[in-house]
Structure formats: C-alpha cells, structure tokens
Design a protein around this ligand. Structure first.
Ligand code: ATP
Length: 609
C-alpha cells in the first residue's frame, strides 16, 4: 500500500535492486541513517507546522467572517501533505542517491527515526509521513515492517501537550459561581476576538437545554465537571466547541456551534447533546475540520470517548489528517481480513459505465476502480474521472457527497475474490491489476463507505420509505446546488442511503459546478411534427441543462412520482436552478447546518433580543 502516486520513480527503477548490505562502514551507515532520519522528520515537522498554521489563520478569518478564504484554505491544505512528501523525497534522492541502495541502511534509518519520536507530539503522523516518503523511494517488495511502519512503533496513549488538549471546569464547586458563570469562562477561554450579540441570552438557552436533559431530581456528584477540547473546530461558517459534561461518572457529550451574524457579532446557535447529532458533525460526507492541535492523538482519544463507534481512521480524516486516516483504515482493514473469511463480490446494484465496484460483505466499504474502457457516451477519460474525485475531496461536501480514500498498489489475497468478481475485474480493469503469487495488486482504487443504492432502497421500500427516500433525495440535490455542485447524472442509482437514512451522492464523473452550467427552458416547438420527433428541435450545447426534462427519466414509478411532485416539484423548473446559480454567482455562500433547523435556539426558544 502507498499513498496517491506522486509520479516519482523508485530507486530500484533508477539504480537497480537494493543490496543486502552496503559498502559503507558501520559508523558511516550510522551517520547516514541519522541524517536521513532527521531530514525526514524535518520534512514532517515543516508539514505539521503549516498544517497548524492553517487552523490558526482560520480563527482570524472566522472572526472577520471571511468565508471564501476559509474555504480556500481548507482546499489548499489538502495538497500540503503530498507537496511536503515530494520535497522530502527529492531531497533524499539529491543528497544521498546511491548511498541509499542497501537494505541495511534502510533498516537503520527506520530504527533511528523511532528514537527521534520519543518525545514527539505527533509520532503517529510522523510515522505515516515516513511511510509515504519511503514508499516513493523503495519498491513494493520492501513494504514491510523492517523498513516501514506497517504497525505503529510509538504509542500515542497519554501523549499530551502543554497546555493540555482539553480543559476542565467544575460548575458545582462553590468558587465557580454556578453553571452559567462556568460556561461564560469556558467560552472566554477560547479568546475569540469578536463580540457576542447577547451571550447571556445564549448561555441561558444552553443551561435550559441542559436542564431539560438531566434526570430529576438533579443530584450533583463530586466528580461533576465539564471537559472541552482546547481548540475550536472550524468548518465553513461555523466554529464548534466540543466537550462532555460528566456527573456521577456518566459522560454526556455535547457540541456548541458558534456562528457570526451579518453585523459581525457572534452567537451560540444551539447545543447538540444527542450522540447521533454529534456523529453527524463528523460524518464522512462533510468537509474536514480545521483545528489547531499540538497533539492530535490526544484529540482523537478524547473524541473516541464521545463517539466510541466512529473508527479512529474516520476521526483522523475529519480532523484534516486524511493520510493518517488512510493508514489507520488500511491497518484496520488488514486486521479485518485476517479475522474474516467471506469473499469480495461485485457491489449489489446497477454496474457503472465508468467504475468497477466491489465490496466485502462483512466490511462496510466499497472499492472502486476506474475501468480501462469508459463508454464513449460518458465523454470522459481516466484523468478526467480522477480530477472529478479530487474536486469532491476538496469541495465542501455539505453532508451530501461521500469522501473517498485513494490508494495505489493495494495487495489483496486472491483467494478472497469471488470467481465472478475476478472475471468482472479482468474484463473491465485489466490494466489496473497484476498478480503476484497469491496476491492481486490493484494499481489504483478509491475506497468509500458502503451505502444502500437509492434505486434498490426505493424498489424494496415501504410507502413511508419511498416518501422518505425521495424527500431526502430532493434535499440532497438542493443542498448540493447551494454548494455550487450540479450532479450531472441525477438517476437514483447514483445516490446511496446511509445507515442514518440520509441520501448521499456517490457518482462523480458527471458533476459540474453550477456556475459552469447553462440552465435553459425547452424552446417552443415550431410545429407538431417537431414535437413528436425523437430528436430535439433545438440545438444543445455541452453545458446545457434542461430541468423540465428531469421528470422523463426520474418519475416513471407511481410512488416515486407522487412523493417527488409533492416535495420537490421546483427541481423540474428552470427558475429554481437559474436562481441558485445567480446567488452563487453573486458570491453568496448559503448556510447549510449539519443539524436540523428545529433544534436551533432561534426555533426552540423565543428570542428576547
Ligand atoms: N458507496 C457505495 N455504496 C454502495 N454501492 C455503491 C457505492 N458506490 C457505488 N456503488 C455501486 O456501484 C455502482 C456503480 O458505481 P458508480 O455510480 O460510482 O459508477 P459509475 O461507473 O460512475 O456509474 P455511471 O455509469 O452511472 O456513471 C452503483 O450503481 C452502485 O450500485
């Protein structure tokens, strides 16, 4: 396994095979390994400094309400990792070149690297960076624990920063002044450089919401405390306080979104206590958070106490550390393979024209390979598909597009593939496959969360489920449109339903920015014959979209039609699309809340401003 290809040749391709030992003396090897290990660590430290700087900048931009720059920063940050890895690899090749052509040197480099991580605050990320660089330099044959961190060598348990990753407050302590005063100082400790519209009012709402939740009579135990992560979680137009309230050894997670109104003042929009609502904030369908963390391991550990069912891989990813997410996903996946025996199969549903998709029933992910030959009707090539997937990675996914992890050179055990799947992959993706002994090596694959394809959900659903699926489908399209995404192919098979019943889009090869689309009304037919003809009587440009046509291919089924027309008739009208496009064109960034409107304070409590 390695991360996304950086278009670098391995040393072996350049200089031939590594020898077992080098011609250097023991001392020379030791000196060399010190230098290489410290160069690699310096490369990582530079990366992480820039990564943190982005989050520090975001706080300022949030205070100033510069949403466009926050989005830009979030997008740019995604590329930082590969840029730093490339720099590190170039440096090693330039400085040491053929000196690196022995296994004994690489084994020493890894050992030396571990010693440098003893007091490091991000050892797990540094190990991943090491892997990313080394897999660019060495051939796949060397991807094992002697040269790489296949398993972590340094534990992140109890790694802490100074000041620590979370702060504790004691509202029941007589000196604290009570819950509201405690919350006031908790918020002040984030040192936001902007005024609140009416903080006292918002604190009353938070206290009120908390009281509604507490079992009666309220009994305060000696351990009563509030713990909050020390940095705010920024995304789009929101900053989130993430923490837990503990009483009688019972942790109650919470999240408080802070928003900014048009006059530049702040307010607490709501408080989320429900674990599912908080899990939704960290969903793989949303953009990554920007958080200034000295010890990300401690953040993940804290978050896991709030959301124990969320895999660590997804936590790291949502904190913007997507390469760490990839590493952890792959380790989990290999572990799962060892402890399961089912077969990889073709993913249920309608096969794609662009992607070959397979899954392991016992594991909730799908694997997507770009086909060798893409149907001409698709008017896209492999590089184009990769660009669209990258666009989705970098764009605000607004809870409606699935994130993907991209891998190259993934080895999977051949005996776990069903016969039908191997034949399907050989037929469609031969150039992506190679067979090494008992292993199928896949050159390039996207991995994403498995969902129930919406077409299957609608076919098999009860009337209530069809109603729900279609309502969600329309909401998904509307939110994507608000985020400047036109899905292109709106057929139900291109959407999936998550475990929480949300509809999410996953077929990216035809997506366009709304602002690049040319929405049109169908012109009047010049005569009845033209109207009856199978060919359109008007010219159609490559970016033209005719919303009035959507109904023809979406609404064949009676139940679907009824639900759609009662909820989302506007999607069939030119005006809806043009109006959205115009708003985006004027620079408007819509508010899309990752929680329901109904739980916002403004809808729960009558505001006395
Ligand atoms: N995340 C997912 N969860 C479950 N099934 C999926 C997922 N992604 C894809 N599939 C299945 O694989 C099929 C093809 O996937 P996808 O739509 O991404 O391919 P495509 O080649 O781009 O399709 P199209 O021909 O519509 O462009 C889907 O119709 C669905 O049945």
């Amino acid at each position: 396994m390695s991360s996304q290809p950086l278009d670098l040749k391995t040393l072996e391709e350049d200089l031939g095979e590594l020898s077992e030992t080098s011609h250097l003396s023991e001392d020379e090897e030791r000196e060399l390994s010190k230098k290489v290990a410290s160069d690699l660590l310096a490369g990582f430290d530079k990366h992480y400094r820039l990564f943190r700087y982005c989050a520090q900048q975001t706080k300022k931009l949030f205070e100033e309400g510069d949403w466009h720059l926050i989005q830009q920063l979030a997008r740019d940050r995604i590329d930082f990792y590969d840029e730093r890895v490339k720099e590190a690899v170039d440096l090693l090749r330039r400085n040491y070149g053929s000196l690196l052509m022995s296994e004994s040197v690489w084994a020493k480099i890894k050992t030396r690297f571990v010693t440098y991580l003893v007091d490091h605050k991000q050892p797990e990320l540094a190990e991943t960076f090491f892997n990313s660089a080394v897999t660019k330099i060495l051939h796949r044959d060397y991807y094992h624990n002697r040269f790489l961190f296949v398993r972590p060598a340094v534990s992140t348990d109890y790694v802490e920063s100074d000041p620590p990753s979370y702060r504790s407050y004691y509202p029941a302590n007589p000196k604290s002044g009570g819950l509201r005063t405690t919350l006031r100082s908790l918020i002040a400790d984030f040192s936001l450089n902007a005024e609140f519209v009416d903080l006292e009012r918002d604190l009353r709402y938070v206290v009120h919401a908390a009281r509604q939740l507490m079992p009666r009579p309220i009994k305060v135990d000696p351990d009563c405390q509030i713990q909050v992560l020390s940095s705010l979680f920024f995304r789009n137009k929101g900053a989130y306080i993430i923490g837990k309230f503990i009483n009688a050894n019972m942790p109650q997670p919470f999240a408080i979104p802070i928003l900014r109104d048009s006059s530049g003042k702040l307010y607490l929009d709501t408080v989320l206590f429900n674990v599912q609502q908080i899990a939704t904030l960290f969903s793989f369908t949303r953009a990554y958070f920007l958080v200034d963390m000295e010890t990300p391991g401690a953040y993940v550990q804290f978050l896991r106490t709030l959301l124990p069912n969320k895999p660590k891989a997804e936590m790291y990813t949502m904190l913007g550390l997507q390469k760490q997410g990839k590493t952890m996903f792959y380790r989990d996946f290999l572990h799962h393979l060892k402890h399961s025996h089912d077969e990889f199969i073709v993913a249920p549903g309608i096969k794609g024209l662009v992607m070959a998709v397979f899954t392991l029933p016992s594991y909730p992910y799908v694997f997507k390979l770009i086909k060798d030959k893409i149907a001409p009707s698709k008017e896209i090539d492999c590089a184009g598909v990769m660009r669209k997937y990258q666009l989705v990675k970098e764009h605000d996914r607004v809870g409606r597009m699935a994130d993907t992890w991209e891998y190259s050179h993934v080895g999977l055990p051949l005996n776990r593939f069903s016969q039908e799947l191997i034949e399907h992959l050989k037929d469609t993706c031969e150039s992506s496959l190679s067979f090494e002994d008992d292993t199928v090596v896949i050159k390039h694959v996207y991995i994403e969360r498995r969902m129930t394809p919406l077409n299957i959900y609608l076919q098999q659903g009860t009337d209530a489920e069809v109603e729900h699926g279609i309502t969600e489908y329309g909401n998904a399209i509307k939110q994507l449109a608000a985020a400047n995404i036109f899905p292109g192919d709106m057929l139900f098979k291109n959407f999936g339903v998550t475990r929480l019943g949300r509809v999410v889009f996953y077929d990216y090869d035809e997506i366009e920015y709304m602002t690049d689309c040319n929405f049109r009304r169908i012109p009047e037919a010049p005569n009845p014959e033209a109207e009856m003809s199978s060919e359109p009587w008007y010219t159609v440009g490559p970016k033209d979209v005719f919303p009035e046509e959507f109904g023809h291919f979406l609404l064949g089924d009676r139940r679907v039609r009824k639900a759609f027309l009662s909820r989302h008739r506007d999607l069939l009208e030119y005006e809806f699309w043009q109006e959205r496009k115009d708003r985006i064109g004027k620079g408007h960034i819509e508010d899309i809340f990752p929680y329901s409107e109904a739980i916002r304070f403004t809808n729960r409590f009558i505001r006395k401003t």
